[in-house]
Write a protein that binds this ligand. Sequence first.
Ligand code: C2E
Ligand code: CA
Ligand code: CA
Length: 616
Amino acid sequence: MQARRDTELSALQNEILEAVAKGIPFASVANTLCERAEALAPGANCTITAIDSEGLIHPVAGPSLPVSYGEAIDGVPIGPEVGSCGTSAFFGTPVEVTDIATDPRWSNFKSVALPLGLKACWSSPIKSPDGRVVGTFAFYYRECRGPSDLERQLVDTCVHLCSIAMERDEVNRRMHHLAYHDQLTGLYNRYAFDERIARKMAAPPQSFGLLLLDIDNMKLVNDTMGHSVGDSMICEVGRRLAAVGETISVYRLGGDEFAVICPACNQKEALSGLAERLLRQMDHPFECDGNSIMLQITIGGVLSNMDGTSADALRQNADLALYHAKQTARGDYIHFEPGLRTSIQCRTEQIALLDKALDEDRVFAHFQPVICIRRARIVGVEALARIRAEDGRIISAGAFAQGLTDSKNAFRLTSRMLDQIASSMRAWMDEGLELRHVAVNLSTVDFQRGNLEQRLRAPFEAYGVPLQHLQIEVTENVLMDQDVANQVARLRECGMQVALDDFGTGFASLSHLKDFPLDYIKVDKSFVDNLLTDIACGAIVESLIDVAKKMQIGIIAEGIESAEQAARLLEIGCPLGQGFYYFRPVDGDTIAELLRASDCTTAKRPALTRALRHSA
Ligand code: C2E
Ligand code: CA
Ligand code: CA
């Protein structure tokens, strides 16, 4: 009898250990174990539960009890009087209840067991190798009784097997977690991302949105505040992304790069809405080690049903969108478009063109006169960058504007232009030619790298030109930054004039005029273009002139191309203008010629003006 028993137990043991070794999921192993145990102990109904780290019970197997029984105990906390299983887990010792109906430990739970005909329950704790209770193994009887000796022997074996299977399961789960999660942030990792995208693309009918994003200025934080602050910043960004509170999955792909998959976004608008909400998550500063860090991310996005037919193509296009956004719209979102590939190529070419021209000293300044409209007299000039191409052609700034989106280029260009501007101004002054100002266009990077005041002063001092003659032009988008506005205010205190360039193309807000002290507003060409045809446009320019006058800010209309436009501008009170109608940008010697002519008899002027109006 005992020999047969031993054989049965060892067969059971072998079957279960083999299943564990094969990596069969624990729930399935537990189910088999219950079935085999029930076969060896007729009249017993077997259940296995797991106890989680918070001490809550979760049913794992109970093949001969109804599902509702498991549901009734799921999530119940263990305790000194929580049936047989909850109590056994609580004390870490077996609990034999021979009469569920009367035992106080079952008083809160008997209503679940008795209707099923379960009258007695004997539960044993399953422990991990380090002694933690990780589950319970129970026999239910349909009569009031305790276990037999044979059943005790059987349960000893089963509990031991469960302990091995559960430990293995935990190791598997931990390994799975390690394989699919990022250690630093706890988010899913690149491996999980690759697998998920591949799986989703293989089941095409469900389209989804994919966002790739990247933290701006991560390198700067690492370099200036150290890697531990950098790591905290990555974690915080991860937390804020996940906290957007929608059905999205967030992945950290490595470094400061994240991905977000959104199954609910299958339209461009929905995806850009999500991107907008993610951007807004970064709005408040992050306090870390006594530093207050502004978080900023840039996002590129694609839709699986229109922006790529394979996982690789989709991913590449999302990368392109992100790359493009990083270059042209930091801190913002860009959706992929097929044209991006060419526009990225075009940008790369223009960057290389300007970089090479700067290296080879082929960049120089042309100057476009700014005119007093009423008197048709030159009052100032705006310096505009030009490249002399290797074949001698002159390339206008508009044709290499993308080259200026590279901050190194933009910085070098400003230095080059300032030197030429100061030197030309010196030459005009030496001839006694009168010019109120010469304007230089500045870029964001000029304000970011620091030392701007010194960079502006140095060439002017070297050529002995007073700073009062220098006007700096900044666009609204650049000026919006409070730090830039503060720097601008200081530059004005040094005597320079400040003009707000391209007014009307950015935020076009009159309220900026009171926040940021200015000397001039340059009304963008697009307004001048529509002045005669679009009533609303005329009205805007008119009221702008009105407001500016009251605030003692000068107005310069850009891009005047016809006598009619000039006449209309004069009529609505615009004092200054520039445009091809008067002069195209020309070299410094030609400016000198023009100024000389404007000093001589008026009779000579129109002829010269006509000649130059159509020059390159
Ligand atoms: P911007 O500052 O708005 O300069 C005016 C641009 O409009 C110039 O083009 C000028 O040639 C052009 N323009 C002037 N009047 C007319 C007109 O009546 N009709 C038309 N169609 N165009 C007119 P450009 O020189 O190609 O410069 C383009 C842009 O490149 C400038 O726009 C400015 O944003 C940038 N840029 C030029 N030089 C520099 C520079 O030295 N530094 C920086 N940071 N940017 C520069
Ligand atoms: Ca300008
Ligand atoms: Ca402009």
